[in-house]
Design a protein around this ligand. Sequence first.
Ligand SMILES: [Zn+2]
Length: 259
Amino acid sequence: MLMHRQVLLLYVLLMIALYFLQGFLGFGLWPIYLISIAYILLLTYASFNFQFNFYTKAYHKGTTDDKVVALTFDDGPDQSVTPQILDILKSRNVKATFFLIGNKIPGAEKLVKRIDSEGHIIGNHSYIHKTLLTFIPSFMVRKDLNKTTAIVEKIIGKRTDFFRPPFGVTTPAIGWALSIMKIKTIGWNIRTFDTYYNEEEIILQRIKDGLVPGSIILLHDILPIYKTLLPKILDLLEKRSYKVIPLDQLINCDPYIEV
Ligand SMILES: [Zn+2]
């Protein structure tokens, strides 16, 4: 699969060639305009389709035939919902991954410590978690991500190496920042759209429909619905003989960098 840098190079070369050719052959500038529009459309499509791996190579599922999955929770820490989720996970002896938003951490340090001490992985979900992140230059994206990594490191003494882009949106600037930082980008293959539907039956059905060996399931630990829904999700997985394993085992990558 071609990535953005190769496509950009092809685009520039094609533009130069067409510009000089039209001078000789006189077919005008319309092919340049047409290809430029197609290029912009491709960039936009790729930005909203994380699975396309256009700006950054991400882990969207594990490569295994075993019936194993990983649970991931985005957008916490949430003082009300995250502890409830942790209680359920503890009672079921399940380890998950929490992609934290940096600006929610101040005041929730104990909760972040608890997530780590109970054996769950902590990942970076940006500091600002706003669409603004998709419009800022690469160095500012890095600054944003480093801010969350530093806050988490100060609390748990470990430097996370897992990042999940807010809203699953990636851009040339984000892709460039990630390649410089060499941080591992984590996607999903089951998106429940739980923040949109917020309904047990629909979320369970989406999990049932997408369930395959190696699945990475995207959930949000900001929704009170999980107090009753999470046990049902765990029951469903058990019923289908799927075991929940930690994300690092599923994708065979270390979640933290040695410091
Ligand atoms: Zn998010």
